[in-house]
Design a binder for this molecule. Structure first.
Ligand code: BTN
Length: 263
């Protein structure tokens, strides 16, 4: 940690910028003690005309957002909560796999800094000891003149107490980690994929550390719950499922739940 940050909370802007290195020269970096949501702040920046790339980090969020309109519990100083805002120079469809690539970036950074091997639950949740320890919310924003991608990441580092509704579902890594180094490592890898959207170097790890391949899964199709066996993951990160009629289904997005072999 840099000299200026000795008594600082987990994330220190100077140490973070230092850890990010030259790859992030010219990227706007801001660290908030408390904010509603770093993804929401990124959206506000775009609405106010921001063009370029930014990294927004918060020590806590009062209205952290998750996928499917859910909230993301973001208590002070026990997690890493941050959003990467990227102004696209290529068509939005090129960024289709960024959310899967981001989960691999987080998985690798956690492993390299703590030795902990997490598992990826399609699309992009990370699990450790059967509990969710990281969620990723990717959003696209268009102003008419420019299109932006926001990749928001929340990692429970050593959150000990969760609200009752998350008991048994959410967990934490229980690891002491240099949060500046962790965020920087993740951001640098994601930045590479944002610059090289057709790269598929993440795919082998995405498949190898998936906790859904070969498992019986359920998903919603309209109002109906469908059941099948997750067979594999294709080049774009879509999940290939063999349904109960042996038909191959390709899920691009959405959510699955893991089911026991027999109900
Ligand atoms: C999920 O679990 O469904 C996704 C959770 C994403 C949480 C992160 S924390 C930083 C960023 N700001 C938010 O409001 N959400 C994302």
């Amino acid at each position: 940690m840099s000299k200026n940050c000795e008594n600082a909370p987990r994330v220190c802007k100077n140490a973070l910028i230092c850890a990010l290195g030259t790859q992030f020269d010219g990227v706007f970096v801001q660290v908030f003690d408390k904010i509603d949501s770093t993804n929401t702040e990124a959206k506000r920046m775009v609405e106010n005309g921001f063009l370029g790339d930014a990294l927004l980090v918060a020590h806590s969020q009062t209205a952290g957002r998750g996928r499917m309109g859910r909230s993301f519990y973001s208590p002070a100083a026990t997690g890493a909560y941050f959003s990467i805002l990227h102004t696209l120079t290529t068509p939005l469809c090129d960024a289709v796999a960024i959310t899967s690539a981001a989960s691999v970036a987080v998985m690798r950074a956690i492993r390299s800094l703590t030795g902990i091997q997490t598992q990826i639950k399609w699309v992009n949740d990370l699990y450790y000891n059967e509990k969710k320890v990281c969620g990723i919310l990717t959003e696209a924003v268009s102003t008419g003149e420019s299109t932006h991608v926001i990749v928001g990441i929340g990692i429970n580092l050593d959150t000990a107490d969760f609200p009752r509704e998350l008991t048994g579902i959410a967990g934490s890594l229980g690891a002491h980690v240099d949060t500046n180094a962790l965020i920087a490592k993740i951001c640098c890898e994601i930045a590479f994929y944002l610059q090289n959207p057709t790269a598929r170097e993440w795919l082998s790890d995405y498949r190898a550390h998936s906790c859904v391949i070969g498992r019986r899964v359920a998903w919603l199709e309209g109002e109906n719950t469908r059941i099948g066996i997750a067979e594999s993951i294709d080049e774009d990160g879509a999940l290939l499922i063999k349904d109960e009629q042996n038909k191959l289904i390709r899920l691009h997005t959405g959510e699955i739940s893991l089911r026991p072999l027999k109900d």
